[in-house]
Write a protein of this length. Structure first.
Length: 196
């Protein structure tokens, strides 16, 4: 049994219950077609996919843990697992109708490159469905998280001071159904990026 996914689930449980569950359900239930999910982690998004809307599902992660391999969702849908890095997605241009990425851009070394790869593998009109935590707008929280980032990164390889929305927009995605939510230091964004 791997400890890291279990610790992550325990840490995230209050956020999932209070802020993320309904938003994940709303967002992921819209996903359709040929789908790529990046960084599936513990497989939490699996609970929200609508099987009848998905023609093919590819899950890409750096490595796959036992939680993913034994998830009940695997029994109801044929899933293609690919080990790989979001900064170098091993698929041709214009392959996917949808890309799902939730809470991953904080831990990717080069999120700009990863987003450009997502843009590349999406078909024209394709959609990237995202939920990410971001740097708060309020000055004192921004300063605090910028100071804590170095230490926090050593604990979990997570950057708490990313401004992911700016990176998504810089990659030429048109952002729709956007929401910023959370309190104090814990600010999240949710939305859909369209490749026009």
């Amino acid at each position: 049994m791997q400890l890291k996914p279990i610790i992550f689930n325990i840490f995230m449980k209050p956020f999932e219950q209070k802020a993320l569950h309904e938003r994940r359900s709303n967002l992921i239930s819209k996903v359709n077609g040929n789908v790529l999910e990046l960084g599936a982690g513990t497989g939490i998004n699996f609970n929200y996919y609508r099987n009848e809307k998905i023609s093919k599902l590819t899950i890409m992660d750096l490595e796959f843990n036992n939680i993913i391999k034994n998830h009940s969702f695997n029994k109801s849908m044929n899933i293609n697992y690919v080990e790989g890095n979001a900064e170098n997605i091993p698929f041709p241009d214009n392959t996917f109708d949808s890309v799902v990425s939730t809470l991953i851009y904080c831990s990717i070394d080069n999120p700009e490159l990863a987003l450009s790869e997502v843009f590349r593998v999406l078909k024209p009109g394709g959609r990237m469905y995202f939920i990410e935590h971001v740097l708060p707008k309020k000055g004192h929280y921004r300063k605090l998280l910028n100071r804590l980032n170095g230490v926090w990164k050593m604990i979990g390889k997570c950057n708490v001071n990313r401004e992911t929305l700016k990176l998504i927009q810089k990659t030429n995605f048109k952002v729709v159904d956007f929401e910023r939510f959370g309190k104090a230091c814990f600010i999240f964004i949710k939305g859909i990026g369209i490749k026009e």
